[in-house]
Design a protein around this ligand. Structure first.
Ligand code: FAD
Length: 412
C-alpha cells in the first residue's frame, strides 16, 4: 500500500535547540514547516544541560570560543543572532536567569522552561510536528514541472509511516554524545549520502581517563577538587579539576579535552595563584613536614599521595616525608616545579556516554557561512552541533545552536 504523502516547504530533522530555532524563524516567514524527531521526548539535551538549569548562552561569545577546521566560519551567524537576542526571547517569556561566572547565563529555575518557550514560539509560528518518527530514506529529485518545462527540485523523505516532501531539508540531529537520550549519527550519514565531507569526530568536553598504573592511588579519592590551570600546547584553562575513579574531570579538564591529542601529556599547575619556589624560600628552615606545608594550599588527602609519587619520581623517596628544612635547595626547587607543572598522560577520554559534545562534524567548507546551506546542493542545510563548529564549555554550544538555526531559518 502506498504511504500517505505530507508536503511542506521545509522539513527539519531534529527538534533540539538548533532545529526548533530554525523552525521558529522559518515559520515566522510564512513557510510551512514540519519538525521531525525520532525520539518520543525531543530536545532532551536542553533538559539535562547545565545540571538541569541550561547554560543557554555566554555574554562574551566570540568566534575564538569555538573549535573548527575553518575557524572564521561561525562568525557570520554569531554576528546576526547574538547572546542578547536569546536573552530577549527569555525575557519575553518571563524566564528568570542569572550569570553564574565568566559570562555563563543559566535559568534560575529549570531548563524545561527553555523547551517550553521554544515549543510555544513554534506554535505561534505555525510549526507542525511529527514525533517519534523514524526516517528510513532521503532522496533528492529533479523533475519537469510541466509548465514552461521548468526543472523542479524536491526532497523526498520516507518515514516508517508516511512520505514527506519539502523544498528545503534541514539536518539538525546534533552530535553523538549521550546516545541513551536520542543522539545518533544520522546527520553524518546524510552528509555522506550527498558526498559532503565530515571531519574526524571525537568526544569532547569530556573527562580524561588515566591508566591505573600511573594513577591508582589518586583514584581512591574521587570528588577532590582543586583550582588549577590545565594546559595543552597553547591552550590553557584555569578552573577546577576533579579526581575521579577513572582519571580526571571538572571544568578545566573538560575544556582541555577539546584540544588534547592522544599520547601526549597535559600540564597541570596545581597552584596557579602562588609560586611554590617563593613559599619554599620563605619557609626554608621550617620544621613542618613537606606534606603538612603543602596541605596549607592543597587538599590534605591529595597532597599525601602526590608527595609520595613525586618524591619517587624525583628519586627522592629515600627522603620520605621529612621536615622542609631537611631538603636540599635543588630538591625543593624540583618539588616546586612539579607543583607548577604536574605532567599527566591521559590514556583516553570517558567517551560519548559522558561527553557533552562531539568535536568535528559536517565540513564547513561545504556550507555557506551565511545560510548553512550546502553550496553544491541548494535546499539542503546543516545546523547546530552536527556541523564542525564546537564551542568551549560555558554556554557557547547553545549559542551556536541558536545562531546557526536562526541563520538557516532566514533562508529555508
Ligand atoms: C549533559 C550535557 C550538558 C550540556 N550542557 C550544556 C550547557 O549547559 N550549555 C551549552 O551551551 N551546551 C551544553 N551541552 C551541549 C548542548 O546540549 C548541545 O551542543 C546542543 O544541544 C546541540 O543542539 P542541537 O540542536 O544541534 O542538537 P540536539 O540538542 O542534540 O538535538 C538533536 C535532536 O535531534 C534528534 N535526533 C537525533 N537523531 C535523529 C534521527 N535519526 N532522526 C530524527 N531525529 C533525530 C534528537 O532526538 C534531538 O531531539 C550539554 C550537553 C550535554 C550532553
Amino acid at each position: 500500500m502506498r504511504k500517505p504523502i505530507r508536503d511542506s516547504d521545509v522539513v527539519i530533522v531534529g527538534a533540539g535547540a538548533a532545529g526548533m530555532m530554525c523552525a521558529i524563524e522559518a515559520g515566522k516567514r510564512g513557510r510551512s514547516v514540519l519538525l521531525v524527531d525520532h525520539s518520543p521526548k525531543p530536545a532532551e539535551k536542553i533538559r539535562i544541560s547545565g545540571g538541569g538549569r541550561c547554560n543557554f548562552t555566554n555574554l562574551y561569545t566570540h568566534s575564538e570560543n569555538f573549535l573548527s577546521n575553518n575557524p572564521h566560519f561561525c562568525r557570520s551567524a554569531l554576528e546576526r543572532y547574538k547572546p542578547f537576542d536569546i536573552i530577549a526571547l527569555l525575557e519575553k517569556h518571563g524566564i528568570r536567569y542569572h550569570e553564574k561566572k565568566l559570562g555563563q547565563l543559566f535559568c534560575d529555575d529549570s531548563a524545561q522552561q527553555i523547551i517550553d518557550m521554544l515549543k510555544k514560539e513554534c506554535d505561534f509560528a505555525g510549526v507542525a510536528w511529527q514525533f517519534p518518527s523514524l526516517i528510513t530514506k532521503i532522496q533528492y529529485l529533479k523533475y519537469d514541472s510541466g509548465s514552461q518545462s521548468k526543472k523542479c527540485k524536491r526532497f523526498l523523505i520516507d518515514t516508517e509511516c508516511n512520505t514527506l516532501t519539502a523544498h528545503s531539508l534541514v539536518i539538525a540531529t546534533g552530535g553523538l554524545s549521550i546516545p541513551q537520550i536520542g543522539a545518533s549519527d544520522f546527520g553524518y550519514r546524510v552528509a555522506r549520502q550527498f558526498n559532503i565531507p565530515v571531519t574526524a569526530l571525537r568526544p569532547s568536553l569530556v573527562g580524561l581517563t588515566v591508566s591505573p598504573d600511573n594513577f591508582a592511588s589518586f583514584q581512591n579519592m574521587p570528588g577532590i577538587a582543586i583550582d588549577a590551570q590545565v594546559s595543552w600546547q597553547h591552550a590553557a584553562f584555569r578552573e577546577n579539576i576533579l579526581l575521579t575513579h577513572r582519571g580526571l574531570s571538572g571544568p578545566a579538564i573538560l575544556q582541555i579535552s577539546s584540544y588534547w591529542k592522544p599520547g601526549t601529556p597535559i600540564h597541570i599547575d596545581l597552584l596557579p595563584q602562588l609560586d611554590m619556589h617563593d613559599i619554599f624560600k620563605s619557609q626554608r628552615y621550617c620544621n613542618q613536614q613537606l606534606s603538612n606545608l603543602l596541605a596549607n594550599y592543597l587538599p590534605k588527602r591529595f597532597v599525601q599521595v602526590w608527595c609520595d609519587r613525586v618524591l619517587t619520581g624525583l628519586a627522592l623517596s629515600h627522603m620520605g616525608n621529612k621536615p622542609v628544612r631537611q631538603y636540599q635547595n635543588t630538591a625543593l626547587s624540583q618539588i616546586a616545579e612539579q607543583i607548577r607543572n604536574w605532567e599527566v598522560v591521559p590514556s583516553g577520554t570517558m567517551g560519548y556516554k559522558k561527553a557533552e559534545v562531539t568535536l568535528g562534524g559536517v565540513d564547513t567548507h561545504a556550507l555557506s557561512s551565511k545560510t548553512m546551506e550546502v553550496k553544491q546542493l541548494p535546499g539542503l542545510f546543516f545546523i547546530g552541533e552536527v556541523v564542525d563548529v564546537t564551542g568551549q564549555l560555558g554556554g557557547f554550544n547553545f549559542q551556536w545552536a541558536w545562531s546557526s538555526g536562526h541563520a538557516a531559518g532566514q533562508t529555508v
